[in-house]
Design a binder for this molecule. Structure first.
Ligand code: 5GP
Length: 189
């Protein structure tokens, strides 16, 4: 997606530990007009799939999943990372290792919001080692639902996640794949 590449080159910055910071449009401030184009692109890429729900992870996936959901006309469910008192007792759970935080945390989804009838599209902002995606897939599996695809805004092609998921035959589509991240030199596939 050329518009996204331009946006990353103009506004993204490379941080220590191979982290791409896109806080000006995706991870802190939200450029809603731009994210609408991202949402339309996800709709175009998964047009052939019958999707009943979009699943993402709090916090950074919520904005992009919600905007995309308007083009699919389906609800968004976000897995919770933070244990809150008011979360339903009956949940599907999985453990996710976070590369950016360097620790493992639990994600939870109420059993009310994913059922075996659901055909699910996972949407997330980044794909690195696919730990988040695998955790969400585990929850879909536990619910007996069907995974229709995974839509990623920025895939880090120099980490293992993309290959791992494609090897499993998963319908993974990334809007851009970044092959290397150096200060002043971001390379796309
Ligand atoms: P994974 O689970 O695929 O290893 O990592 C994906 C998750 O880590 C994403 O949900 C995202 O929040 C975070 N992440 C991984 N790499 C980056 C990065 O370079 N920049 C930002 N902003 N987040 C990242």
């Amino acid at each position: 997606m050329d518009l996204l590449k331009k946006k990353i080159l103009a506004e993204g910055s490379v941080e220590e530990g191979n982290i791409l910071k896109v806080d000006s449009f995706l991870n802190h401030q939200l450029d809603v007009a731009f994210l609408n184009e991202v949402g339309k692109e996800f709709k175009r890429l998964f047009e052939d799939r019958e999707i009943t729900k979009i699943l993402t992870l709090e916090t950074s996936g919520i904005a992009i999943a919600s905007i995309a959901a308007q083009y699919f006309n389906v609800p968004v469910v976000f897995a919770k990372k933070i244990a809150t008192k008011n979360l339903d007792k009956a949940t599907y759970e999985s453990d996710v290792y976070s590369y950016t935080k360097g620790r493992t945390y639990k994600i939870k989804v109420s059993k009310k919001y994913i059922t075996s009838d659901d055909r699910i599209l996972i949407i997330d902002d980044f794909l690195a080692n696919a730990q988040a995606a695998l955790g969400l897939m585990d929850i879909i599996n536990k619910a007996g639902a069907t995974l229709e695809g995974i839509g990623i805004v920025i895939e880090k092609g120099f980490q293992d996640g993309g290959e791992l998921l494609r090897k499993q035959g998963i319908n993974l589509k990334s809007l851009v794949i970044v092959d290397s991240l150096e200060v002043g030199n971001i390379k796309f596939r």
